[in-house]
Structures are given as C-alpha cells and as structure tokens.
Design a protein around this ligand. Sequence first.
Ligand SMILES: [Zn+2]
Length: 158
Amino acid sequence: MKIYDVNNSMDMLTSLNQKFGSAGRLKTFKNWPFNHDVRCNPKAMADAGFFAVDDPEEPDLAECFFCGKQLDGWEATDDPWEEHKSHQANCAYVKLNKTTENEWTINETFALLKEYYRNQGNQRVKSLKDNWNDEMKLLTAEIPQLLQKSRKNKKILK
Ligand SMILES: [Zn+2]
C-alpha cells in the first residue's frame, strides 16, 4: 500500500483525474468562445468546476468535473459559479463553496473524493443495469422464435 503525504493530497487527486484541479480543467478551454475580458472566461469556468467538453458541434458545452452537469448556451455576462449553483445546487463541489482546491482542507478533499467515487460507482451500476435491460429485451424478443424452433425440432425427432 502506498502512503500519501497529506500535503500532496491534491497531487494524488490530480494524478487520478486531471480535472480534479482547476489547472487541469483550465487546459480544456483552448477553443472556448469567450476570452479573458468577460465574466464567462476560461479561468472563471475552471474555478466554477467546469471543463470544456470540446465538442465541435457545441463549442460552448461545458461539464462539471464533479456532478457531470453539462451546460451550453453561455453568454459573456454569465457568472459560471452562479450558473453552476442555480442549475445544480446539490453538487458537492458547489456546496463546498470554495472555488480553488488550494482552500480545501484534507477532510474536505477526502469527503469530495469519496463522493466522487460514489457518483462514478452509481453511474457505472446504472450503465450496467441499462445494458442488462437492453440485453434482456433482445433475448425476450427472441423467445417466441426459439420456442418455435424447438417445437419444429421435436417434430423432426418424432
Ligand atoms: Zn457540479
């Protein structure tokens, strides 16, 4: 087991996911349609927890690294933090109310990490469940055919 230096807990987090740090998120805003002289600038977006999805169809599509909320239709005067708060008040990153990870305490950092992995786990379980349901629908749809085949085979055997 690796023992992490508590002072480097942020390094540990960003090594797991670059988007956990605002610097990592900021790097994703290369093609962001707004520049530094407006409120909706890349730094404010990154500080508010967003990274740019970088979708050529939707150049202003951004996603919260924590809750996964995606927002587009940004305007230059939008305050990213306020937008995040109004659309996703339950996001643990929003609730923490600290725009930079440098202000997180060790306890807050680990509480966020725990919540982050719980969210990831829930998403994974949901996706497995959805796949399972799709698979079951396909199999269920095949049952009448399979029954028919098996009846035909029985007839041949007789
Ligand atoms: Zn969020």
